[in-house]
Ligand binder design. Sequence first.
Ligand SMILES: NC(=O)c1ccc[n+]([C@@H]2O[C@H](COP(=O)([O-])OP(=O)(O)OC[C@H]3O[C@@H](n4cnc5c(N)ncnc54)[C@H](O)[C@@H]3O)[C@@H](O)[C@H]2O)c1
Length: 374
Amino acid sequence: MAGNKTVGIGLVGAGFMGRCHANAFRSVSGLFDTGVEPVAEMLADASAAIAASNAQALGFARSTGDWHELCRDPRVDIVAVTAPNALHEPVVMEAITAGKTVYCEKPLSVTARSAERMTLAAEAAGTLTLVGFNFLRNPMIRLAKDIIDAGEIGDIAGFRGRHAENYMCDPDAPHSFRTHPDGGGAVADIGSHIISMARYLLGPIVEVNAKCKTIHKTRPLHAGSSERSPVEVDDMTHSLIRFANGTRGSVEANWAAFGRTMDLSFEVTGTKGAIAFTQERMNELLVVKAGAISGREGFVKIEAGPAHPPYGNFCPAPGHHLGFNDLKVIEVAELLAAWNGGAPCMPDFREALEVQRTVEAMQNSSRSNGPVTL
Ligand SMILES: NC(=O)c1ccc[n+]([C@@H]2O[C@H](COP(=O)([O-])OP(=O)(O)OC[C@H]3O[C@@H](n4cnc5c(N)ncnc54)[C@H](O)[C@@H]3O)[C@@H](O)[C@H]2O)c1
C-alpha cells in the first residue's frame, strides 16, 4: 500500500517453492494490509547466470550466485530460504548472524540436531522466524481446529493422517535432493506436513511406532541417466502415534501413491462426531455429528467462503475457491505483520524443530523395530 514502510526480501533458491514465495511477496499487498510493502531486493541461486535469469523472471532487482552475499546485503531484511534442505542450516545461520528475519521452507533441516542448532541460534539472537508449513494457513484447517477446540465433535478419540502423492511412483524417477539421505525421504519431505498438521490440530506427539519402506531400491543418478544408484530413504512410512493428550492414531507418508496428487488428509473422530479433510479438495471440510435421524446420517460438506477468514480477503463470494499459492500469500501476510511489530507468527523454528524430532523418531523407530518416545 502506498506510504507503507518497505521491507527488503532476499530469496535463496528459485525453483518450485522459490516461485511460490516470489508470487506471494508480489501479491500480498493487494490482498492484506500488513503495514509494510515488500521489495524484491535480491535473488540467489546455484550460479550467477541462473540467479540473473530467475531474478529477471521473478522481478528481483539484483541477483547473485553466492547466497553469502545475499545474507550480508544491507537492503535485505527478510531472508527466504527455498533451496534444497541441506542448504537450510548454513544459509539460516548466516542470516541470523547478519540480523535478518528468517523465513525457511520445511523441513527445517536435515536432522533434529541441525534443526536444534538453528533454533537455539535464532532464539539467542531474538530472530523472528517462520517455517513454510503453508497448508496450516487454509481457512478450512482453522475451522477444523475451532470445531475440535469448541468440543463440537465431543472428546477426541482418534486421528488418522496421511500425506500421499504420486511423484515417485515411477521407478525411473531420478534421484534428487529429496532421495539423498539429507533430503530425508518421504517421511521428511511430506510426512513433515501431516505431522505439523496433527500437532496443530491435537498438540504434541509423544510416541511413534513406525516402519519406513523403500519400494524402489535404485533410481537413475539424474534425469536421462542410465546409471543407477541405491535409494537410502523411504518411499513410504506408516506410523502409529500417541499424542500428549492421550489420543491415539496413525500417520502415513507416501510419495509412491498411485492416483494421489495431493492427499494431505486427516480424519479426526470424537465421541460426538468426526471431521474429515483432504488437500485435494482444500475448500471443503466434512463434518458429521451424532444425533441425526436414522437414515439421514452422514458427512455434511462445509464449503469455504468469507465466513472463514481470511477467505474474504481474496473473494467476497463463497464456493469460488482458494488455491495452493493463496496459502503462501496468507503465510507471507502473517510474516510481514509480525515483522511490522504484530504477534509472532507460527510455526516458528521451535515448532518446526518438534516436527523434525517426530520425523526422526519415526526413522529411529523403524530402524529399532519398536516404539520411540519423544
Ligand atoms: N511448503 C511446501 O508446500 C513445499 C513444497 C515444495 C518444496 N518445499 C521445500 O522447498 C525447498 C525447495 O524445494 P523445491 O521443490 O522448490 O526445489 P527445487 O529443486 O525446485 O528448487 C531449488 C532451488 O534451489 C536452487 N539452489 C540449488 N543450490 C543452490 C545454492 N547453492 N544456492 C542458491 N540456490 C541453490 C536451485 O537452483 C533451485 O532454483 C525444500 O526445502 C522443500 O522441502 C516446500
